[in-house]
Design a protein around this ligand. Structure first.
Ligand code: PLP
Ligand code: 3DJ
Length: 416
């Protein structure tokens, strides 16, 4: 059954310049997939490419593939494919390892540079709502570098930056609320304070233009399994600003980052450029699946992605206010477009959330976790984050306005 906003959704889909992209992904029409901010959908061309890598490059060419199939240079080559999506020039990005490992490399290297310039800097700032892994890694990086970690709310970061700050580690888009931080302003403020900044782009790469080179960002990391659709466990990336590349002193100087790896010498001599961010043998199967997945971006205008992402978010919020009983959910994602990533997070007060029953919630109503379970059983795939947040990720390459309408309508039915 259609809701009152279904006709409008269909019209928006007809006018969508990215609509044709959906056919490049493996999706089924019975499911509304709104979890591309956790695991992107499978691009259609990936299975055949991966089958070729396994059967021919590994199965037939075997060891020769390191050279003949370009395996050895894949981390830089795939990095150069990601570069335009984050506003980076060539040889600035290397792909490999997990985001967590790249946070470690970036934070330690950034502290080393900051303290070379000014040994008095003894603090690493992190936004206190950070995705947990960043906070855990930053705490260890701080201990290893003789600094201390200070967690502050993102809104307080501008005033927390000061003469003691070595590095600030900031999530560009908050994984829980979907709030977008002002990267140009915070980067400039960090530099004004004499500090270095590391951005975690997990929830912004592929969702909005980032402009790393243009804004003078020092270091950035990000994952490739969300909006870049690289697949489960796809390798992450590390960006190092061009001016800092010669000073990048990796805390994990493995042999793949050596200037002459096959010299097998006992002394470490770092390679120049992005290669310096490598560690050991890359996960070639995942790396090449990611490379194949990135071809969907070849003809995509990121400004159009951002326009559609914001339009989907606006439309979804309108559908929610039309279909869902007043007071049952409220958006924790800022309504201002310039403060939003590509997800809408709804607080769903109820039993077992620790958030009280909330206005408009009656005894016996479903908790947020139960609401998400009920949505998933109806084929609406979002996710739940503690204690009471329902997340709906909008992936402009394959999410339609009808998806947004169907999800909000189902939510209204589930919460009653
Ligand atoms: C902001 C952020 N950072 C880091 C990670 C994860 O890091 P890793 O790829 O090491 O699991 C995620 C998601 O899992 C994330 O959302
Ligand atoms: N990285 C993930 C994983 O290894 C398993 C399950 C989910 C994830 C995610 O990416 C979660 C995601 N970063 C989040 O925003 O919560």
């Amino acid at each position: 059954m259609n809701g009152p906003l279904a006709a409008e959704a269909a019209a928006l889909d007809r006018a969508d310049v990215l609509a044709a992209k959906r056919a490049e992904f493996v999706l089924d029409e019975d499911t509304v997939y709104l979890d591309g901010n956790s695991l992107g959908a499978l691009p259609r061309d990936v299975p055949a490419r991966l089958a070729d890598v396994v059967a021919r490059e590994w199965g037939e060419l075997r060891i020769r593939s390191w050279g003949e199939s370009g395996w050895w240079t894949a981390p830089e080559r795939v990095g150069d494919r990601i570069a335009p999506l984050v506003g980076a020039g060539p040889d600035r990005i290397v792909v490999g390892d997990s985001t967590s490992v790249n946070v470690f490399k970036a934070v330690v290297a950034a502290v080393r540079i900051a303290r070379q310039d000014d040994p008095g800097r003894d603090e690493v700032l992190v936004d206190e709502a950070t995705f947990p892994t960043d906070g855990y890694i930053a705490e260890s990086a701080a201990r290893l570098t003789g600094t201390r970690l200070r967690a502050v709310p993102a809104a307080v970061l501008p005033s927390a930056l000061g003469p003691r700050t070595a590095v600030a580690l900031v999530n560009h888009v908050d994984y829980r609320t979907g709030e977008l931080q002002d990267l140009p302003t915070l980067t400039a403020l960090a530099h004004d304070a004499g500090a270095r900044i590391v951005w975690d782009l997990c929830h912004s790469v592929g969702a909005l233009p980032v402009g790393l080179d243009a804004h003078g960002v020092d270091f950035a990391v990000g994952c490739t399994y969300k909006y870049l659709n690289g697949g489960p466990g796809a390798p992450a990336f590390l960006y190092v600003h061009g001016d800092l590349q010669p000073r990048f002193d990796s805390p994990l100087p493995g042999w793949h980052s050596h200037a002459d790896p096959f010299a097998m010498s006992s002394g470490y001599v770092p390679a120049e450029g992005a290669v310096r961010g490598r560690v050991g043998t890359p996960d070639i199967l995942s790396m090449l699946a990611l490379e194949a997945a990135l071809t969907v971006w070849d003809d995509v205008d990121l400004a159009a992605v951002r326009r559609k992402s914001l339009a989907l978010g606006d439309f979804f919020l309108r559908c929610v206010s039309t279909y869902v009983r007043a007071g049952r959910v409220s958006s924790v994602t800022p309504t201002e477009r310039e403060r939003r990533g590509s997800q809408i997070s709804l607080r769903c007060a109820g039993p077992g959330t620790g958030a009280g029953t909330g206005e408009g919630v009656e005894a016996g109503e479903l908790s947020a976790a139960e609401v998400m379970d009920a949505l998933i059983s109806r084929g609406i795939i979002g996710d739940f984050r503690h204690p009471d947040v329902l997340r709906f990720g909008f992936t402009p390459l394959y999410t339609s306005f009808l998806d947004a309408e169907r999800a909000a309508r189902a939510l209204g039915e589930v919460v009653g």
